[in-house]
Ligand binder design. Structure first.
Ligand SMILES: *[C@@H]1O[C@H](CO)[C@@H](O)[C@H](O)[C@H]1NC(C)=O
Ligand SMILES: *[C@@H]1O[C@H](CO)[C@@H](O)[C@H](O)[C@H]1NC(C)=O
Ligand SMILES: *[C@@H]1O[C@H](CO)[C@@H](O)[C@H](O)[C@H]1NC(C)=O
Ligand SMILES: *[C@@H]1O[C@H](CO)[C@@H](O)[C@H](O)[C@H]1NC(C)=O
Ligand SMILES: *[C@@H]1O[C@H](CO)[C@@H](O)[C@H](O)[C@H]1NC(C)=O
Ligand SMILES: *[C@@H]1O[C@H](CO)[C@@H](O)[C@H](O)[C@H]1NC(C)=O
Length: 880
């Protein structure tokens, strides 16, 4: 019985967790087409705003980047505007976006408002400047000139897409932020607020202030939620208590019309409405609203003309109706001046002075770019959310063209057609599950690369509905049969199709099932990991076919090693034409085997030690295969010519990036990814190989980088494999390694264990955090671990962080990594973690950076220890 209830409860929780809309709708009913987002508001603290009675919601479900921040002090003027108290700041990434899909969508007119209050939330007192974009185009540049002043950008805009992307673009060094975003549907089909196809940016909405109040009229006074601010046009003001018959299509709130401003003397004109512009080409649209609140005597008459810059603006005299509303506006904008001055002047026959109740000024802005074709946006958003793609996919996928989403290629046909997605590359993106049907909605797709993921199931037949010319599905776990049409297309040469399909349909356990639950409300998140990479000798037999059939057959090696003759090596390298570098025992040349780029290391003929290392490396590389180890294409061993042919590493090695002034890997996230890759390579050598392999020469110059900055451990010349002795691998060795990376304990004892590599890895990680060399000080005798340890002990954690990161790192993530690195580089080997523990910790560091929900919830209390020797790993799984 009890369990039945539990099940029911679980089902309800699940329902809520799967469908956020359920919760959002349950809280408060804003009018249709009204969206009110209080940026940075913690999840679950949505509230009803007191002046508008509209529900303001947290942005937590709308965006997965940025940091939620709170003003430390609330300026007096905004003390009743709660939605300004928090904000979201974006220290990372050049472009960060909110994407809305309001109803009703495309073709409807919306008032969109973005609000910014800096309030020195970061205690830096640096006034930020950044860009704001709407859809595919720049909306405005945000310049914060006063820390306690609110900056609002408001626009009346007809949606050209079902999606509204509001993005913040980092343009300089300051950190973009945003306090609130509001969308209001102007549900009136006959709205006067239009300027042809252009949008209207609010300059002002002002009303004649009844008393010297500071009252701002918004919703529900204004059905569109414009913000009417008070203005004392004249000293003399008259207010009516009577009801105003407001039939004006401009829907000016009655409260903004109750009071009229009137000059003292009958002959006086009203001429204190002015604005300036820095761009003469700006086009201004003016709306003026008049109500007669005085019951006129028979001999009284009020009539006036309106001039802008002394030119009659409206060609008929205005006679405001008693307790009615006249709204004056024209379809023609005012343009061509720097300064605009409105003058309202009584006509000759008028016996009374002119009046004003309220007016609005807007400037026109053309948004000619509609952004990516809506069905493509919808499909790719679906793919993003279903696969949980962790790339920085934000805003419009194809626009602006310098911000196209990573992994997409778009076509931009012509001005009267929207951009389309033509190529989708999600290679090695940790995708799981089956191939999504949404992919077929990308109807212009020509190239699809889903290689090297964890996709399973059958290759769906629907892929043949696309007009694909490239389809790469290699390195997944698909099962047969392969759709006949795809094979047919391949045969006819219209499709370049690569795939591998398991002949063995039995489940294998070589993947990590990760269950991630995103749960709203108070239900907490649980991530359960079970299983580990268990690599047992031979890879399962795969059936592999590819029409990229290089005459050399290189891609088919997998497990076998190809032997080249020296004349083939000369052929490959075009007679050793391009030298890439010089190693300890030979030279490295660039070459190509078929269409595969390679690097060829040739042993210098005299080197004896080189010859031994060469043997070690060839035999090791022939049996180890991992994405984070360099792979050998083949080798040459002919007379005195010994060489190894490796895959080509376009970005060379980590050392070059760390030592130069290179900006290549200047973000902490990128470095973490590289560190994780290198750690995984080492983890595989230690725990995935039997017997375990100790690399013995882990250092930054041995961490190579391919074009995608994927780390690959190289140079196995010193490595040795050790049979297990009671679970631990110990060997007595002649001493080897590189200064600065050498484990002091193993040097002292002349004993080698996996922990020797862990020490060196700790040094590498410290280099990646600090950007410094392993040995410091004028004499090069201070180890990096000692230097970092001292600084950290004194609380100077930010002092050790590489300045190239600027502010683009999460302190908790770096702190955790420093802690990990120092523990790895511990003098006492038993305090060092094992490589699988290192991998786990690095993933957690990465999860903090990417706000990934995989992080272990227990880690939030992980205080930083100033004792580098304190073990982070209370229960070491491996005795040592
Ligand atoms: C438009 O929305 C306002 C505010 O929600 C509502 O009062 C009004 O009736 C709506 N008008 C139409 C034509 O739907
Ligand atoms: C309000 O004004 C409209 C148009 O001016 C008019 O048709 C209507 O009769 C007026 N209603 C009242 C109650 O005065
Ligand atoms: C003023 O009123 C007179 C008499 O009603 C009329 O003839 C004249 O055209 C009016 N003048 C203007 C400028 O409207
Ligand atoms: C917007 O485009 C229209 C039509 O092309 C043009 O007439 C108008 O001047 C443009 N407005 C602005 C502010 O660029
Ligand atoms: C952009 O959207 C507008 C309004 O929806 C539409 O009239 C126009 O044809 C669209 N342009 C393109 C290139 O799709
Ligand atoms: C997809 O991206 C991967 C890695 O970034 C790259 O190696 C591969 O060539 C790309 N595929 C296509 C079809 O361009």
């Amino acid at each position: 019985m009890l369990s039945k209830y539990c099940l029911l409860l679980f089902a309800i929780v699940l329902e809520y967790s799967l469908n956020p809309a359920v919760l959002l709708h349950a809280q408060g009913d804003n009018p249709r087409g009204f969206v009110s987002i209080d940026c940075g508001l913690p999840k679950g603290s949505d509230y009803k705003e007191s002046t508008t009675e509209l529900y303001y919601k947290s942005d937590a479900n709308l965006i997965d980047s940025g940091e939620s921040k709170k003003l430390s002090a609330v300026p007096e003027e905004i003390s009743d505007e709660k939605y300004l108290f928090t904000l979201r700041s974006f220290p990372r990434g050049k472009k960060n976006c909110y994407t809305f899909q309001p109803t009703p969508g495309r073709g409807n007119r919306y008032l969109i408002r973005a609000t910014f209050l800096y309030g020195n939330y970061d205690s830096l007192n640096l006034l930020p400047t950044f860009d704001l974009t709407l859809g595919a185009e720049t909306w405005s540049t945000i310049v914060i000139e006063d820390s306690s002043k609110v900056v609002r950008k408001e626009i009346i805009h007809v949606l050209s897409s079902d999606y509204v992307h509001v993005c913040l673009i980092k343009t300089g060094t300051s950190t973009p932020f945003i306090s609130a975003i509001e969308l209001r549907h102007l549900n009136d089909t006959e709205s006067p607020y239009s300027a042809g196809s252009a949008s209207l940016q609010t300059l002002r909405q002002q009303y004649c202030d009844k008393k010297d109040s500071r009252e701002v009229f918004r919703y529900e006074d204004d059905i569109y939620d414009r913000r009417w601010t008070p203005k004392k046009f004249t000293k003399e003001r008259q207010t009516t208590e009577l009801d105003i018959n407001n039939t004006s299509p401009s829907h000016v709130p009655k409260s903004a019309l109750e009071t009229v401003c009137v000059p003292d003397k009958v002959s006086d004109s009203l001429n204190n409405i002015k604005w300036e512009t820095t761009n003469k080409a700006d086009e201004f649209y003016v709306f003026m609203h008049f109500t007669e609140t005085k019951k006129l005597d028979t001999n009284e008459f009020r009539e006036f003309n309106i001039y802008i810059n002394d030119e009659l603006w409206y060609d008929q005299p205005v006679v405001p109706p008693y307790l009615g509303v006249t709204s004056i506006y024209t379809g023609r904008p005012k343009t061509g001046d720097d300064v605009y001055n409105i003058k309202i002047e009584k006509t000759e026959n008028s016996t009374l002075q002119p009046i004003i109740n309220a007016y609005e000024v807007y400037s026109a802005k053309n948004f000619s770019n509609n952004g990516t074709y809506d069905p493509d946006v919808s499909a790719i958003l679906n793919i993003k959310s279903k696969y949980g793609v962790t790339k920085n996919w934000q805003g419009d996928p194809c626009e602006p063209q310098d911000f196209v989403w990573d992994g997409l290629i778009c076509s931009y046909p012509s001005s009267d057609h929207s951009a389309r997605i033509t190529s989708l590359n999600l290679s090695a993106s940790k995708l799981t599950g089956e191939i999504l049907g949404s992919i077929v909605d990308l109807t212009q797709l020509k190239t699809l690369d889903l290689s090297h993921n964890n996709l399973k199931g059958q290759i769906p037949e629907f892929l043949s509905h696309l007009k694909l010319s490239v389809l790469n599905l290699e390195g997944n776990k698909f099962t047969g049969p392969v759709p006949a049409q795809l094979l047919e297309n391949q045969k006819n040469g219209i499709l370049l199709f690569s795939y591998d399909v398991s002949g063995d349909e039995k489940k294998n356990n070589k993947y990590i099932p990760i269950v991630v639950g995103t749960v709203l409300g108070s239900v907490f998140l649980a991530a359960i990991f079970f299983g580990l990479w268990i690599i047992r000798g031979r890879v399962m037999r795969v059936f592999k076919q590819s029409i990229k059939k290089p005459q050399e057959n290189i891609s088919d090696i997998e497990g076998k090693v190809r032997r080249f003759t020296y004349s083939q090596v000369l052929d490959i390298t075009k007679n050793l034409h391009e030298k890439l570098g010089e190693g300890g025992f030979g030279e490295v040349y660039r070459g190509s085997v078929g269409d595969i780029q390679v690097a060829v290391k040739m042993l210098s003929e005299s080197s004896d030690q080189g010859s031994r290392e060469f043997q070690t490396e060839v035999s090791l590389l022939a049996r180890v295969h991992h994405k984070n180890l360099t792979s050998m294409v083949g080798y040459c061993n002919e007379d005195t010519h010994m060489g190894i042919i490796y895959e080509y590493m376009a970005e060379r090695n980590l050392e070059e990036y760390l030592s130069g002034n290179s900006k290549g890997i200047s973000s902490w996230v990128e470095r973490l990814q590289i560190a994780l890759g290198a750690a995984q390579g080492l983890e595989y050598l230690h725990h995935g190989c039997k017997p375990a392999i100790i690399h013995r020469d882990v250092k930054t110059s041995n961490i190579l980088l391919n074009q995608q900055f994927q780390a690959k451990l190289a140079d196995f010349g010193l490595s040795e494999a050790y049979p297990a002795i009671g679970g631990t691998h110990i060997s007595t060795v002649f001493f080897a390694g590189t200064n600065g990376y050498i484990d002091p304990e193993s040097r002292k004892n002349n004993r080698l264990t996996e922990k020797t590599d862990v020490f060196s890895f700790g040094v590498v990680l410290l280099e990646m955090i600090t950007g410094k060399r392993p040995l410091l000080g004028p004499e090069g005798n201070i180890g990096i671990a000692q230097w970092v340890g001292n600084n950290v002990q004194n609380g100077f954690i930010t002092q050790v962080v590489d300045v190239r990161f600027e502010e683009n790192y999460d302190k908790d993530s770096v702190r955790k990594a420093v802690n990990l690195a120092l523990t790895c580089a511990s003098e006492i080997s038993s305090r060092r973690p094992t490589m699988d523990e290192v991998v786990k910790m690095l993933k957690e560091c990465l999860a903090i950076e990417t706000d990934n929900l995989d992080a272990d919830p227990n880690d939030s209390n992980d205080m930083f220890s100033t004792d580098p020797e304190r073990s982070l790993f209370p229960r070491s799984r491996r005795a040592s």
